[in-house]
Design a protein around this ligand. Structure first.
Ligand SMILES: [Zn+2]
Length: 133
């Protein structure tokens, strides 16, 4: 089955629309691509509000269903063990977060130097591992 997106006007497969219990046909009126773009924009504008809601729901789940959080954490840990790019991304973002947390945003040059060193190392590793094909 196909459906027309109300945002971009394109006709797409039904599986490209998010499910929605309150909608008439059971699917959202905008396609995943448009909906994600909207949510990204909404997040940028209402970052504090969204983070507050996420934190609240996290602690609610932690109280009501701690097993669910344990399962989610285990699943993402397992995924990180097998997916090398996810592991790399997580490690880089954690290093940047740690650096900013420890030194504050005052030493912005320090962070830039850190990023340059990190990217040079990454470039060397990628060149070394994937050059010979
Ligand atoms: Zn669309």
């Amino acid at each position: 089955m196909r459906k027309v997106c109300t945002k971009c006007g394109e006709e797409k497969e039904l599986e490209l629309f998010k499910k929605c219990k309150d909608c008439l046909d059971g699917y959202r009126s905008s396609c995943n691509k448009c909906f994600n773009a909207y949510m990204k924009k909404y997040y940028e504008i209402n970052k504090c509000k969204v983070l507050k809601i996420n934190r609240k729901s996290y602690y609610k789940t932690k109280l009501k269903n701690p097993e669910l959080l344990k399962r989610r954490r285990k699943k993402s840990n397992d995924k990180r063990k097998t997916d090398i790019f996810l592991k790399l991304r997580t490690n880089i973002s954690n290093s940047i977060r740690k650096s900013i947390y420890n030194n504050g945003l005052k030493n912005i040059q320090k962070h830039i130097k850190f990023l340059v060193v990190l990217l040079t190392n990454l470039n060397n590793i990628l060149n070394h591992n994937f050059k010979k094909e």
